[in-house]
Design a protein around this ligand. Structure first.
Ligand SMILES: Cc1ncc(COP(=O)(O)O)c(C=O)c1O
Length: 433
């Protein structure tokens, strides 16, 4: 059973876990999202406009007594998204539910598909709406026919569930998973292309790669790896869980065939939403995870044949897109990098601080991983949370150990300074007893 302690590794007071938002505050936050002030100038300038970002922050309903630096795991949604989900959920329970869920909302779902396609550079007929990145990736990872002895190529830094998916195929069907190592940090992402290429052998049938590595925020060169693999006739499944709506790019510019992402991370969409892009001419050959009628074989909707499921989160994606476009994708990326550099450059002045993420332009996202020489990462994370109510993510991987710091657009510089002050105290004097 998932207990509060089991989830965070730290106790959460019951009152905090059950706090309910004052409806008047929620209404103000909805209004704030729709009335973002005008911000002038190029993205790099807007990234430093604290008045603009303070207004963005007021669109969320987050508890400001907590500094949440784990937005990469899953993000809070702004109030207008929460409001949309509630509105649709209420309607699905007042109108006959079977009519609502099994047909009448289809035109709205299709409208959301078209909005997603326009926002991220795809044809709507190539975009499935999934429940998360795991679902989209597993559709691809399990959807190729492979024979015993066939190899699939990934890295040791791919997301554990995605590695486990291939390991299950190893146990079940006798395929072989080969994993390469990516240097930490990697200043020049293009160097990763050669690492993938050198590992390709005569039995390699498939490549899985991250667009952004969750352990460090490292960016990998999707377009170059896809081009190299295409020359060798190999498909590449791209794990974009941390990239979409965080980095400013279009899926069609990557020229890939398979791309999956969560939407509840950096799009701030309702929890339990994701997307899967499959290039149109690849649809027929990819098996869905849950069976679909043969008439749907060439139809992207075959990946959505999962049975009855809530549509309120799907429809709430529309408001998340409205908010995303209001922030401006380029301004959002610039702010994320500005926040990362704000804390990372300050902490790097401490001789004991180690950064496991490159700050070189283009090498990483707004997420970065840090440790303090001689200080146990688990104890540091627990102290930051238990004594300071600063939430970070502990990374304990053979190739990188540290705290993953993922602020968001609602994070203030003052909150980052609170984190830095706490870290500086430990870096200079060790963990308080
Ligand atoms: C790189 C990567 N891939 C896949 C996932 C799975 O995402 P989800 O839990 O939304 O399915 C995550 C989650 O953190 C991730 O970081």
């Amino acid at each position: 059973m998932l207990t509060r302690r089991g989830f965070l590794g730290t106790a959460v007071p019951a009152a905090m876990a059950t706090a309910v938002l004052n409806p008047a505050c929620a209404a103000q936050a909805v209004a704030a999202a729709r009335q973002l002030p005008a911000a002038a100038g190029p993205p790099g300038n807007v990234a430093q406009d604290e008045d603009f970002w303070a207004a963005v922050g007021r669109a969320f309903t987050v508890d400001r007594s907590i500094v949440n630096l784990n937005n990469g795991g899953v993000s809070p949604s702004p109030a207008l998204v929460q409001d949309s989900v509630k509105r649709h959920q209420d309607w699905c329970n007042s109108y006959p539910s079977a009519l609502a869920l099994l047909g009448e909302l289809t035109p709205q779902v299709e409208a959301v598909r078209r909005q997603l396609a326009a926002a991220f550079g795809a044809d709507a007929e190539e975009l499935a709406i999934t429940r998360n990145a795991s679902e989209g990736l597993q559709i691809c990872q399990n959807g190729f026919d492979l024979k015993p002895g066939d190899e699939v190529l990934a890295t040791t830094q791919d997301y554990p569930r995605m590695i486990q998916t291939f390991q299950q195929r190893e146990r079940r069907e006798g395929i072989v998973l080969k994993q390469i190592q990516i240097p930490v940090p990697l200043d020049d992402p293009e160097q990763a292309v050669a690492l993938y290429e050198q590992a390709i052998g005569p039995r390699t049938k498939l490549i899985l790669m991250c667009h952004v590595i969750n352990l460090t925020g490292q960016v990998l060169p999707v377009k170059s790896v896809v081009a190299m693999a295409r020359r060798k006739g190999l498909p590449v499944i791209v794990d974009g869980a941390h990239a979409l709506a965080h980095l400013d790019f279009r899926i069609d510019a990557l020229d890939c065939d398979y791309y999956a992402s969560s939407l509840h991370k950096w799009l701030f969409a309702p929890h339990g939403t994701g997307l899967l892009y499959v290039r149109r001419d690849k649809l027929g050959a990819l098996w869905p995870l849950t069976a679909a009628a043969p008439t749907l074989n060439e139809n992207i909707r075959k990946f959505e044949e999962i049975g009855t499921h809530p549509l309120a989160p799907t429809l709430g994606i529309a408001e998340a897109l409205e908010f995303h476009e209001g922030l401006g994708p380029a301004r959002k990326q610039a702010r994320m990098l500005y926040l990362r550099d704000w804390w990372a450059k300050r902490l790097l002045q401490q001789p004991a601080v180690r950064l496991h993420t490159s700050l070189a332009p283009g090498a990483a996202s707004g997420v970065a991983t840090v440790s303090i020489e001689g200080v146990d990462t688990g104890k540091l994370r627990a102290w930051l949370w238990d004594k300071n109510r600063i939430l970070t993510t502990g990374i304990d991987h053979p190739e990188v150990q540290g705290l993953r710091i993922s602020p968001s657009v609602y994070t203030s510089l003052e909150e980052l300074d609170r984190f830095c002050t706490a870290m500086e105290r430990v870096a200079s004097g060790g963990l308080p007893a």
